[in-house]
Every structure is written in structure tokens, then in C-alpha cells.
Design a protein around this ligand. Structure first.
Ligand SMILES: Nc1ncnc2c1ncn2[C@@H]1O[C@H](COP(=O)(O)OP(=O)(O)OP(=O)(O)O)[C@@H](O)[C@H]1O
Ligand SMILES: [Mg+2]
Length: 376
């Protein structure tokens, strides 16, 4: 009943780069892809079968998507609950509205994690100004104030060192927030788990993530952590996915602390920027695995071929001139991915480069060199 075979249609909520790469995985497998996005020229538009250009709360558009598709998945979890309900009444939504409700709200997410015994940074919900003082009492200072919903790429969060700073930030955000203790982490990792509609689960090896200005900058595999810690992270990720009853992908962002414990930062119920290198580094990419999971197919092999590194290409690279693509291609191991975005704003994710290598250092050096070559 839950097996969705090639020839069927897959709907995707959101048409950005994640939807583009999902479509680039699904189409060769024989699926039709229909994307819902407000922008008819979104990154997925040129590689999918149809774009329904409408807002995520457009009832008629959601009903159309549901009627055209055999399953709906997503690249964007912030679709209003009323819209998700319209979809779920007519078509399997994977991951489900229940999962999305938790994963898109930092308060519900952290509560869920702590309830199942998973450790996070110390945190407190801040819904009104008077919540701030007790929150600081619990979490300490300095801390990070984050908006509870809609944050991404470090947007909607700020470090605060005094009560006054926290108050100013809270009134600037003007919405529910969480106050989080600052974690002195050794490194950041992410584990992407696929869980299929037939209950099969697999976790990609942990990826190591380095951020710059709150935005993911470089991802490398394997992560520089000892084997037992890898097992801990994988086990934790599989358990979270099982307890959430996710069907599809669940990315778990984690901090590895200086005393080698693992804390969960946040969950993303979809493919993740840190998993882009799986396109080249693993026999089955995160995107193909997502399609397999939501369609009830057997999950693919994901043992990495090699070490690898991915560097993001932000709009900043376009500030002085069009990047020198040819210089990057002169380096023969460079895999370039561009998302087809017309406007290169600073901080906007425009593409990425992946390089595989015999060691992490070799792959990272080569990927960074390729990115530098773009501005030569
Ligand atoms: N409590 C914390 N202690 C230390 N660093 C933190 C903490 N929370 C966030 N950070 C840093 O800021 C980055 C972004 O935070 P977070 O993942 O919460 O935000 P986001 O906007 O959802 O980002 P993204 O879209 O990249 O996942 C983290 O990856 C980490 O580097
Ligand atoms: Mg994050």
C-alpha cells in the first residue's frame, strides 16, 4: 500500500536548491516531480515536471498538488499547519505534519528531545519579557537568544551577554524565542537518517561542519571523532528518528563538547546542506535516499567511497565579477553544483563544490583551492 513506484508523481513543498537536487535524484529514477513554490523561476523549476507557483497557504494550490501527486515531501518545513492538514487529508505527507510541527519549533523540538532523554544545551522558552530573567537564571550568560520558528543560516539569533541585551534582542525579534546556553564545542557534526515507510532505517556517517558567520561553510567526511563517539552519534540519531516516527529524512545537528559528549543542536526533517557531498561521496546520495524512503523502496547503500569535502558558494563570490568557473574546472577533481539563482546576494547560497580525496585534509585543501580559484 505504501509502495510508490516509478511513474508515480512526487510533490515537493518548496522549490529551492534542496528541491532541485531532490528532483535531480527522482527524475532519473522514473518519477514525475511537481514543486509548489511562490516563485515560478525557483531553482527546482528547470529540472522538474511542473511548478505550481503559489504561496504555501494557498488552499487551491495545495489541493491541486495533493490531487496530482502520489506522495508529498518537502524541502521547507515552515508550511502553515492548516496547509499541511489540507495535504494530509488527501495524500501521504512524508515526513508527516506531526513531525514538522515539532521540528520547526525550537521549543517543541528541545522539549521532545529532553523528554526522550537526549541532551541539548541548557535552554528556556521565552514567550514574554518577564520570562527572560528566570531564563538567564537557568541558562547563565553569555547565552544565545533564538527565534523559536523560521530561523535559518544563523538568522534570527544573537549572542547576549547581559539582561538588557537580551531584552533588546527579544523586543527586536518580537516573537517566541528560546534562550540557549553557549556550548563550548570541540566540533559540530550532523547525522542524516533515512527512515522508510516500511520501517527500514539507515544513518549516513557523521559529517563534520564548520560555520562562518552563522552559515555552513565547509563539510568534511569522515568527521574527526573517535570511533566510539561515531557510534554514540549514530545510535542517538537513529533513536530520535524512530521516536519521532519520521518517514523520509531527518538531519540531526550535534555539538561534540570538549569532554567528548554529544548534545543535539537541532533537527531538520529534510535533506541538509551538510549532506550535499553524499552526491559524490556515497553510492546513494541523501536526495536519492529521501526519495527511496518516502516511496517505500529499499534504502540504498550509503557507505562512503572516500574522504570528501564540500564548500558552499555564497553570493559574496559574485560581488566583484562573475566567478571564474573555468579556473575551478582546471582542477580535475572539482565537482561544481550551481542552483540556478539569478540574484547573487551576499550570504545567499548559490552553489557548492565537492571534492573527494584519500584524506580529509587533501579533500578540504582541494575544495578550498577550487573556491579560491573562482575569484582569480
Ligand atoms: N548554543 C550554542 N552554543 C554555541 N554555538 C551555537 C549554539 N547555537 C548555535 N550555535 C552556532 O550557530 C550555528 C547556527 O545555529 P542553529 O543551527 O541553531 O541556527 P540555524 O539558523 O537553524 O542554522 P542552520 O540553518 O545553519 O541550521 C550552529 O551551527 C553553531 O555553530
Ligand atoms: Mg542549524
Amino acid at each position: 500500500m505504501s509502495l510508490i513506484l516509478p511513474g508515480s508523481s512526487i510533490g515537493i513543498l518548496g522549490g529551492g536548491q534542496l528541491a532541485r537536487m531532490l528532483s535531480l535524484a527522482a527524475t532519473p529514477m522514473g518519477y514525475k516531480v511537481i514543486v509548489l513554490d511562490p516563485d515560478p523561476n525557483c531553482p527546482a523549476a528547470s529540472v522538474c515536471d511542473e511548478v505550481i507557483a503559489a504561496k504555501f497557504d494557498d488552499v487551491i494550490a495545495l489541493e491541486k498538488l495533493a490531487s496530482l501527486c502520489d506522495v508529498v515531501t518537502l524541502e521547507f518545513e515552515n508550511v502553515p499547519a492548516s496547509g499541511l492538514a489540507i495535504l494530509e487529508a488527501k495524500v501521504p505527507l512524508r515526513p508527516s505534519a506531526k513531525v514538522l510541527e515539532i521540528a520547526r519549533n525550537r521549543i517543541l523540538e528541545k522539549q521532545f528531545l529532553n523528554d526522550i532523554g537526549v541532551e541539548t544545551a541548557p535552554w528556556a522558552a521565552v514567550r514574554v519579557m518577564d520570562d527572560l530573567e528566570p531564563a538567564i537564571g537557568l541558562v547563565g550568560l553569555p547565552a544565545i537568544l533564538k527565534i523559536a520558528t523560521m530561523g535559518y543560516d544563523g538568522k534570527g539569533q544573537t549572542k547576549v551577554t547581559t539582561l538588557e541585551e537580551a531584552q533588546a534582542a527579544f523586543s527586536r525579534f518580537g516573537m517566541d524565542c528560546v534562550l540557549e546556553g553557549l556550548v563550548a564545542f570541540n566540533l559540530e557534526i550532523s547525522v542524516i537518517v533515512a527512515r522508510s515507510s516500511r520501517g527500514e532505517v539507515r544513518a549516513f556517517v557523521p559529517f563534520e561542519n564548520a560555520h562562518a558567520n552563522g552559515i555552513l561553510d565547509v563539510t568534511t567526511i569522515p568527521a574527526n571523532i573517535a570511533e566510539p563517539l561515531t557510534r554514540v552519534a549514530e545510535k542517538m540519531a537513529l533513536e530520535i528518528a524512530a521516536k519521532l516516527e519520521v518517514i523520509g529524512l531527518l538531519t540531526i545537528e550535534m555539538f561534540v563538547t570538549k569532554d567528548a559528549s554529544v548534545l543535539v543542536n537541532e533537527l531538520a526533517p529534510r535533506p541538509h546542506n551538510s549532506g550535499h557531498l553524499t552526491i559524490e561521496a556515497c553510492p546513494t546520495s541523501q536526495f536519492e535516499q529521501a526519495i527511496r524512503a518516502v516511496c517505500g523502496l529499499k534504502l540504498g547503500n550509503i557507505t562512503p567511497h572516500n574522504s570528501g569535502a564540500m564548500v558552499n558558494l555564497l553570493g559574496d563570490l559574485w560581488q566583484n565579477a562573475v566567478p571564474n568557473w573555468n579556473a575551478a574546472f582546471e582542477l580535475p577533481n572539482t565537482h561544481l553544483h550551481l542552483y540556478g539563482k539569478l540574484e547573487a546576494r551576499a550570504g545567499r547560497k548559490m552553489g557548492h563544490i565537492t571534492v573527494l580525496g584519500e584524506s580529509v585534509q587533501e579533500a578540504r585543501d582541494a575544495a578550498l583551492k577550487a573556491r579560491e580559484a573562482l575569484n582569480s
